[in-house]
Design a protein. Sequence first.
Length: 411
Amino acid sequence: MTVAATRDTATPAPHIPTSRCAVSPPSAVTVSPGTGRGAVDPEAAVAFLTQFYAETSPKTSFHSRLRDVRREIAATGSYHQTIEELTFGARVAWRNSARCIGRLYWNSLRVRDRREIDEPGQVAQECVEHLRDATRDGRIRSTITIFAADRPGRPGPHIHNDQLIRYAGHRLPSGDVRGDRQYVALTDRAVALGWSPPDPPGRFDVLPLLISSGEADPQVFDIPPDAVLEVPLRHPDYPWFAELRLRWHAVPAISNMPLVIGGITYPATPFNGWYLGTEVGARNLTDAHRYDLLPVLAQCLGLDRSSDRTMWRDRALVEMVRAVQHSFDEAGVTMADHHTESERFLLHVARERNAGRRCPADWSWIVPPVSGGLTQVFHRYYDEPDPDARPAFLPAPTAAAVAVQPDGASA
Ligand code: ARG
């Protein structure tokens, strides 16, 4: 469901026109999360509880809950949210994700409550369980796993990868890169921390998880191959396409956006939806700073590349998206298409309006990277995103906050 297509800088989520390529920072290397936060702001807790009580019907009375929470904050600097509060908070954070076209199903997000876990090895193990749980042989379910919160003087764990599954970008002695160019820095970092990349390096080697606790260096954990469902790519009309030996993984699981609910920051909350075909076919495999496969594909298609005006890129791009969509469909792996997802999003916008809520959306992220004008989401504007909206998934605390991609905001 094309969850949060969101991401950007360190704390307050500014309106930086970073590229819309990944959900994560371009370099995908995050900085140290610091030493934990101060006490929870009681007013943030009150604002959240007010919303929670307005939209749902909790058993405990509002006033007694408020009193307990205030007391707990005064005594400990933080408070424990009920599973109902946590679930509502995570769902509304999704609903507030202005860059996500797939928000129609915000209220069905499954929450795995792992707030007792902050040790990197256990976090890694639960990330693997998350993948198994969410993948279900291809019938993908939108799922979030919530690890320990930041507490005063005691930060929660930190997952340094921008998504649980990413392919390595190996630097070759020739200076070329094998794999996903966007992940060269993360690959280098994993190697520096002790990861042994496959030998010889491949184009689709799944990176290990880099997870830290407190100020310590990240530890490196391999993801077992059976937790990573992948789809080999074929084209419905061109048998030779399979010989390109391309593939992509089934589950996009964003893992570096802190979740803030009622004044509490949960720094490690991997969450996934399912892919939209264009994310893989019209970005990951084709962007020049990713796999850059359009020239190869155009050559196989016998297209005239002598000028941009032959539109060889455009023609190859559509065939790539078709191949991705076809392969996922044949493999029985959930994948949305941009036409359907555009209609669903506008239904979501209408529902939100009927519920009396704003529905902030970032046009440049909502409109698909191919055939924009063929989808209805193109032909209108939306409520302005509000960086202070809460609950929210915050931009990753990353050094790459400053690294604006060359292709700008609207690719
Ligand atoms: N665009 C990202 C990627 O290609 C995934 C972002 C989240 N997308 C989603 N459908 N939930 O890996």
